[in-house]
Each structure stands twice: as structure tokens, then as C-alpha cells.
Design a protein around this ligand. Structure first.
Ligand code: ADP
Length: 295
């Protein structure tokens, strides 16, 4: 075992003992390196119980605390399954999140229909405060400032699009004509997007965050949730694809989608695209330009 692996083993052991007691013994670790910047591990104990722990180097303070709150919030609606949180904290200058492990199962025949129905039920949760959330959370490592706004389109424009544009301009990733065109488009959004009551959305709904649990049903991980425009969530699912038609049909049967949604998808996806520009670079700019030029 390399010194680094040994250190990681000891670190995991310390977290386990902190939350489950000193008699707990780790049997096996399976490392995941799939995330953007976090390390993750699936821990098997001698007892047979399994847990999932993610951690970072302490360079994204508060991120896991927010993720734990996100999981609690989505879980509290009892609409769609999320892993339960065992503990969140910091140790050895690293921050970690320990949760229930979701072993992967095979999709049941009704997986997509059930998922669509459950997402519709999640989206039926609204907030009297409007659009926003009581705390800052993160999409990947991008901070989402969630100051409440009674106007959904204004919230989406200011707290999502403009926040990312300001960052991109500051970093000189976007400037000149594109910046101006985006500003013009932002002005037009109230006439292009339907303003609805807020819906609690997962906020990072791509197929990588949609797990199949041992019952063959959906369990969502890694939420970046907030009360916002539900169409933004549905649009997000189309960014990288992988969601079957039955999912959208079941959603629509339970919470009808307004006419013209397909034409609005690119407008909503400007948000994750601008986040990608800021986090991963200019490779995502052509997609942004294409959207801006088509409206
Ligand atoms: P990151 O925040 O680094 O992107 P994710 O939370 O998306 O990490 O997790 C990365 C992968 O790890 C997921 O795609 C999923 O396969 C797996 N995973 C996440 N949470 C759990 C869990 N509670 N139990 C089992 N596997 C999980």
C-alpha cells in the first residue's frame, strides 16, 4: 500500500470512528475519482454495512455543508429518494460528507415513468418566499447565490445568468459583442420565459446524478437544489441526454409542461453553459454564442 493510500485509509477510518464509534472496522474501500474535484470512496465495514464518503482538500469551504442541507431538503419532501446524511464536517483540514451508500441496481421496467412522476411531485413543492433558498449552495464548485425573489424570471436572470456572466467578464472569458448580446437577451427574458410559482428543483439533474437503487428505482445524488423555475430543471436533463421519453411523458401527465417548452430549452441551458465556461474554459463559448444568436 502506498503512503498516500495508507494516509487515505487512516483518514476514512477516523471519519468512520467519529460517526459510528471506535469499535467499527473497515473491511474494504473502493475509490471513485469521477467527480470534478472531490475524492470519494465507498466504504464496506466488517458488519457488512456500506457508506459513501466524499471529501476535498478544504479548498471549497462550506460546499459539503451546503450539499448536506440540500440532501436534507430534498429528502424532507418524501417525494424522491436521496441518500441520507450520516455526517458532515472537517478533519485534518479536509472537508467531508458521509452518507448512506446507494448500491447500484438494475433499472425496473417502470423506472422512467416512476422517475418522471416523482420529479413532478418534487416540483410541486413551492416556497411562500418565492424563488431562492435560505443559504448559498454550489453547482459543481460554482457558488449559487440564492437571495429570494418573488419573480422567478428575475431570479433566474440575476442570480443565475448575470452572476455567471459577471464572473466570465471579470475573468475575461467573455467580452465585447458577446457580452452586449447577452445583456440584450437578458432584457428580453421576461417576454420569452413563463413566470411560474417556484418549484423545488434538484438543480444538477444530469444522468450521472440519477442513480438506480437496489429496488430498480431512482435515487438522486449531488443536488444543487433551490426553489426556481421547473422548466430550468427539465431543460437541464436534455444537456447531456440519457433521459427516456417515458420520463417526460410521466412528468407531463403529473405536472403539465407549458406549450413551447422545447423552444425555451436553450435559454435555460445558458446557465449551466455559462457555469461550464467559468469552471472549465472557453470550449463552451461557441454553444453560448449559438444560443444568443438564435434569439
Ligand atoms: P461530485 O460531487 O464529486 O461530482 P457525485 O456526488 O456526483 O460527486 O458522485 C460521483 C459518483 O459517485 C456518482 O455519479 C455516483 O455514481 C457515485 N455516488 C454518489 N453518491 C453516492 C452514494 N451515496 N452511494 C453510492 N454511490 C454514490
Amino acid at each position: 500500500m502506498s503512503t498516500e493510500t495508507q494516509a487515505q485509509y487512516q483518514f476514512i477510518d477516523k471519519i468512520i470512528q467519529h460517526h459510528l464509534g471506535s469499535t467499527t472496522e473497515v473491511k474494504d474501500l473502493e475509490f471513485f475519482y469521477g467527480g470534478n474535484f472531490n475524492l470519494a470512496v465507498r466504504v464496506k465495514l466488517q458488519s457488512g454495512d456500506e457508506y459513501f464518503i466524499k471529501w476535498n482538500q478544504g479548498d471549497h469551504q462550506g460546499l459539503f455543508e451546503a450539499e448536506a442541507k440540500n440532501l436534507h431538503l430534498v429528502g424532507s419532501t418524501s417525494t424522491i429518494s436521496v441518500p441520507s446524511v450520516i455526517g458532515v464536517g472537517s478533519m485534518e483540514e479536509k472537508e467531508y460528507l458521509m452518507m448512506e451508500c446507494i448500491p447500484s441496481g438494475e433499472k425496473a421496467a417502470n423506472y422512467w415513468v416512476d422517475f418522471g412522476e416523482k420529479l413532478a411531485r418534487l416540483h410541486r413543492n413551492t416556497s411562500p418566499k418565492g424563488h431562492g433558498l435560505d443559504y448559498t449552495n454550489y453547482l459543481g464548485s460554482a457558488a449559487q447565490i440564492n437571495t429570494w425573489n418573488s419573480d422567478g424570471v428575475a431570479f433566474f436572470t440575476e442570480n443565475r445568468l448575470r452572476k455567471q456572466l459577471t464572473q466570465a467578464v471579470y475573468d475575461r472569458k467573455i467580452e465585447g459583442a458577446l457580452e452586449e448580446k447577452l445583456e440584450v437577451l437578458f432584457e428580453k427574458l421576461p417576454s420569452l420565459l413563463p413566470n411560474e410559482s417556484s418549484a423545488l428543483i434538484h438543480g444538477d439533474l444530469w444522468s450521472g446524478n440519477a442513480m438506480t437503487n437496489p429496488l430498480g428505482q431512482i435515487t438522486l445524488v449531488d443536488p444543487a437544489c433551490y426553489y426556481g423555475l421547473r422548466e430550468a430543471e427539465l431543460a437541464f436533463t436534455t444537456m447531456f441526454g440519457g433521459f427516456e421519453e417515458a420520463f417526460y411523458e410521466a412528468y407531463n401527465a403529473n405536472f403539465p409542461i407549458h406549450k413551447g417548452f422545447h423552444e425555451r430549452i436553450p435559454l435555460y441551458n445558458l446557465y449551466p453553459l455559462l457555469v461550464h465556461v467559468n469552471l472549465f474554459g472557453e470550449g463552451y463559448l461557441p454553444a453560448v454564442k449559438k444560443i444568443v444568436e438564435s434569439y
